[in-house]
Ligand binder design. Structure first.
Ligand code: NAP
Length: 471
């Protein structure tokens, strides 16, 4: 398309084939948003790191043509007279992300007042970027508040479009809110709203499609990267038809689409019981997987026995220990998960979560490995191929233009982008260089203040050190 104020550099578009495969030319055009506040310093440092790694790895045969697109304070200041509130996120920016498919962004100010709630949320919504992907790993030497940060190596797939994050809510006292409350009480017979006169109301949509596409992406990722397990995180014991349904739909999808490659946790117990004792009856097996079996109603017992029989049909493909080589699908309740990612970090690998719990988990885990200065993220639609890689921290305005903050979050988001594009060598080179540089204790202020004997580097100085350490 033609752009009126964006300049398209020379280069080609990344496209998506009908086979669902991303085609990345050797000279792709990649839109970027510099970001507000510290974004400017961070982007200047990060882009040098990306270009250096690509040049060192591919000797000029591959190169990114960076295309600046605008969102946040920069376009608001440039275009507010003509565009008003729309200047926070001009249409051409969204069009460019649609057209060129893969892009990267720094942190953006959340406009206060006006019609836009959050630019990040708007971009995710407009491009239907339904997965928020957050890998969380520790780099040797990074100061951490936990005893064994090296045990943390997890990848979070957080649903990005649904849940109470969908923004369907009404303020107490408004006509809409009163109508919703009246409908719930009068039409649906709801009698659980404790204070109907003074309640605000929010609605939590969780769909089958939304759950399935998230979990499909998580399982495909886990298989591709040879991960051991996918844990479904939910609060289905309380919210049975939203969170509980998420869990059930996810297990159903795992079984129907990935049957030969996965084993669900309860199946693994049943098969293991049978492997250990071939003469074990269905009922004895049921008693082992559910210790409360003898106290159950006849219907509950029948259901468990049916589950055992179903799992035993897998013996030819999964029995004799073959299940141990397959991807394990399991689920945990959200509250205990937040404890166990701390106390038993090694037991978690890929995590699939709904929107709100994914948000909490992402930040809690980022803290375990050294904080938001180096936590990368991506928002992806695996069907269309659209993806925006982004810093997970905010604009930290007090540090703007001081060349001070850690550019690690945007740099590692760029690493994720290079991996997504299939430019693995360049991605690996940057990761090795971060390892080496932090190992040499050459770090920005956020790490330096917590490390003994570290050398304090500026934002640009850290980028220089990374480039120097690229081998
Ligand atoms: P913030 O910008 O993330 O900053 C909070 C603190 O995190 C900073 O004071 C600093 O800690 C640390 N920090 C942030 N970036 C860092 C970096 N690159 N390196 C090292 N430390 C870093 O959060 P905020 O002050 O709550 O939010 C400011 C604005 O950012 C708001 O408008 C908010 O809406 C927006 N925001 C945007 C995004 C996004 O675009 N993805 C995400 C979150 C927030 P110390 O003070 O301890 O040094």
């Amino acid at each position: 398309m033609g752009y009126s104020y964006l300049t398209v550099p020379h280069g080609e578009k990344i496209t998506m084939g009908a086979n669902g495969k991303l085609y990345v030319p050797n000279n792709p055009v990649i839109p970027f948003i510099e970001g507000d506040g510290t974004g400017k310093d961070i982007w200047k440092a990060s882009v040098r790191v990306f270009d250096a790694a690509i040049e060192k790895c591919y000797g000029g045969t591959r190169k990114i043509s960076w295309m600046e697109v605008y969102a946040g304070e920069k376009p608001f200041n440039m275009f507010r007279d003509t565009m008003g509130d729309q200047a926070w996120l001009p249409d051409e920016t969204v069009e460019a992300f649609k057209e060129f498919r893969v892009g990267i962004k720094g942190p953006l100010t959340t406009p206060i007042g006006g019609g836009i709630r959050s630019l990040n949320v708007a971009l995710r919504h407009l491009l239907d970027l339904y997965v928020c992907l957050r890998p969380v790993r520790w780099f040797q030497g990074v100061p951490s508040p936990v005893k064994k940060p090296e045990d943390v190596d997890m990848v979070i797939f957080r649903e990005n479009c649904e849940d109470i994050y969908a923004g369907i809510e009404w303020m107490q006292g408004t006509d809409e809110c009163n109508r919703v409350i009246s409908f719930l009480i009068k039409e649906l017979g709801v009698d659980k709203i404790r204070f109907p006169e003074t309640s605000s109301i929010g609605i939590k949509p969780i769909s089958k499609e939304g759950s399935e596409r998230l979990v499909r992406a998580a399982i495909e990722y886990a298989l591709k990267h040879k991960r051991k397990s996918v844990t479904l995180v939910h609060k289905g014991n309380i919210m049975k038809f939203t969170e509980g349904a998420f869990k059930d739909w996810s297990y159903d999808l795992a079984r129907s689409e990935f049957r030969e490659q996965v084993v669900c946790e309860r199946e693994s117990w049943i098969i293991d019981n049978k492997d250990r004792n071939d003469s074990l009856t269905v009922e004895a097996n049921a008693r082992k997987i559910d210790p409360g079996f003898d106290m159950m109603t006849p219907q509950q017992k029948a259901d468990i026995c049916a589950e055992v029989e179903e799992a035993l049909k897998l013996m030819p493909s999964h029995g004799r220990g073959q299940w141990k080589k397959l991807l394990l699908i399991r689920d945990t309740i959200a509250d205990i998960t937040l404890q166990q990612v701390l106390t038993r970090a090694k037991e978690f690998d890929v995590l699939a979560c709904m929107n709100l719990e994914g948000d909490f988990l992402s930040d809690a885990l980022a803290a375990q490995v050294g904080g938001i200065g180096i936590a990368p993220g991506a928002n992806i639609n695996y069907v269309t191929g659209h993806a925006i890689f982004e810093a997970t921290h905010g604009t930290a305005p007090k540090y703007a233009n001081l060349d001070k903050v850690n550019p690690g979050s945007v740099i590692l988001s760029g690493v994720m982008m290079l991996e997504y594009m299939g430019w693995q060598e360049a991605a690996d080179m940057i990761v090795r260089s971060i390892d080496r540089t932090i190992g040499q204790k050459r770090v920005t202020y956020d790490f330096e203040r917590m490390m003994q004997g570290a050398v304090l580097l500026s934002c640009s100085g850290f980028a220089d050190a990374l480039i120097e350490n690229m081998k």
